[in-house]
Design a protein around this ligand. Structure first.
Ligand SMILES: Nc1ncnc2c1ncn2[C@@H]1O[C@H](COP(=O)(O)OP(=O)(O)O)[C@@H](O)[C@H]1O
Ligand SMILES: [Mg+2]
Length: 206
């Protein structure tokens, strides 16, 4: 059986990741493509427990945060992502390792070489096939996120932090062909039209 495609959606808070995951999900459903929707940190019982500690725990050191992200990811890959792909299902994931490079690397300024080593340990050869980077000025995302809900531990960082996160995402997008950068400051309809054109280009599995 042909393996499914692994699609990730990335970007800072409030750019529209969760909203557009819903859109992509509906598109896959309409095409009759078998898929799994999941998120990071999270996606498994252990991962969701770690997510809760990561987003709402107090006094988490930067290195502990990095290791918890990868602990959650390891469980997620072994229990959810790899089995789904092997069964020919597409995996649609709200954040993945690019977020770790962006937040723990760019935002927290941890050594990206450590992140690369953990990525190799945890993922081996696994990489997303396509990554949508929803990009817009951080102030816009912040305003949208603030209108949606109260900030969690990471969301309550300042604009300087989020600008480093955004820059790190854009830097990664400049390095890897799997990225499709979408201007998320546009109306939702325009954002979704661009996403759809990428999905059409990917096509339905044979
Ligand atoms: N292109 C857009 N224009 C205006 N509002 C948007 C757009 N995309 C998303 N939103 C709104 O912004 C808020 C944050 O979106 P969400 O998908 O939760 O972002 P994320 O998951 O990236 O943090 C939601 O209320 C959503 O309806
Ligand atoms: Mg979200």
């Amino acid at each position: 059986m042909q393996a499914g495609l692994f699609i990730t959606v990335e970007g800072v808070e409030g750019v529209g990741k969760t909203t557009n995951i819903e859109y992509i999900k509906n598109w896959l459903q309409h095409q009759g493509i078998d898929y799994v929707v999941t998120r990071e940190p999270g996606g498994t019982d252990l991962g969701e427990s770690l997510r809760n500690l990561l987003l709402h725990g107090d006094d988490v050191s930067d290195k502990a945060e990095l290791l918890m992200m990868f602990a959650a990811r390891s469980q997620h890959i072994e229990k959810v992502i790899k089995p789904a792909l092997a069964a020919g299902r597409w995996v649609l994931c709200d954040r993945f390792t690019d977020s770790t490079f962006a937040y723990q690397g760019g935002g927290r300024q941890l050594n990206p070489e450590w992140i690369r080593q953990l990525e190799t340990l945890v993922q081996e050869e696994l990489q997303p096939d396509v990554t949508f980077l929803l990009d817009c000025p951080v102030e816009i995302g912040r305003a949208r996120a603030a209108a949606r809900s109260a900030s969690d531990r990471i969301e309550s960082q300042d604009l300087v932090f989020f600008n480093r996160v955004r820059d790190a995402f854009l830097h990664r997008a400049s390095l890897y062909d799997r990225f499709r950068v979408i201007d998320a400051s546009q109306d939702l309809l325009q954002v979704q039209q661009q996403i759809e054109s990428v999905l059409v280009e990917l096509g339905a599995p044979s």
